[in-house]
Ligand binder design. Sequence first.
Ligand code: ATP
Ligand code: MG
Length: 356
Amino acid sequence: MEKQILLLPGDGIGPEIIAETKRVLEEIARLYHHTFQFVEGRIGGDAIDATGSPLPEETLDLAKGSDAILLGAVGGPKWDGNAPEKRPEKGLLQIRKALGLYANLRPVRVLKPLMGASTLKEEVLADVDLLIVRELTGGLYFGEPRERRQINGEDGAVDTLLYTRGEIERIVHQAFQFARTRKKRVVSVDKANVLESSRLWREIADEVAREYPDVTLSHMLVDNAAMQLIRDPRQFDVIVTENLFGDILSDEASMITGSLGLLPSASMNTSKVGLFEPVHGSAPDIAGTGAANPLATILSAAMMLQYSFGLADEAKAIEVAVDRVLAQGVRTKDIAKASENAVSTTAITNAVMEAL
Ligand code: ATP
Ligand code: MG
């Protein structure tokens, strides 16, 4: 398989974790006989310093010509005082919008060697491997009107929860397609007992499901889903939901693992072009010290292989290699106990490559 991958290192530890992840992808290409062509672009504070803009035109052109994008992180104290249009984070919002990345993916996989870091019991945690697919460009975050107004003679405010058939269909289709590369179960989360938009959501989810007879669909109310995620997260494979519910459930689910620093994420569009990035930030406090943990970025690259390129075996190989390295006790400082020796960004990547 031949693919062009755009690397956007960004700021802080971004360049270090991207350089290490590139080595892992090169190893995958060698082992599985793929050709990955890497191009590199600027985004965030790095781009502001070089060009004045957090998302230069050149970067957007590179993105449009690539099959997938792997991003490090953006932001840092150097740019905190900037005007809103000149903030590093603006670059991320702009690239999501320009590429129409309406599907946000947040997998939660419990890494067995780190299970002790969670507050949940081990028997509840074992084998948790779920994916939250959140609608990212609609719903309450964008619906109009959204304003302060007088209501019955006092101060009030209004937000609008609005979804169209097209918006719901495309995100539900994505969820079913991802489920096909997993355990073939989709739970659609809504509030259909109260909200009209949820009733439409549920109707369309049922319609779309008929096109995927090999995948099972069930519906769950969001309040129940919030409870079930804590009570028994093993019951879930793919969860698909609207923007606000997805925002809340994905943060709740991320805490199941107890190790936020190891979580990958992605935003995708219909043509499966995706932006893959670690959930953590640019960690300016440790940039350049060789202490950064590259695993969340390496796992983001695995997501890219699975969800953008359809390379499920290669993705699995990376996940298994990361599990093995952690089982061997190899740790960067952020996940090492006081009694354990911490290794560098490069050393833990070398261990992953050996495990591969
Ligand atoms: P943001 O505002 O970008 O969401 P943040 O500033 O809240 O992020 P991070 O930049 O993620 O947070 O950093 C929070 C803490 O976690 C810092 O002390 C940082 O050093 C540490 N940290 C974050 N990511 C990593 C990593 N990959 N490896 C090691 N430590 C990390
Ligand atoms: Mg930060």
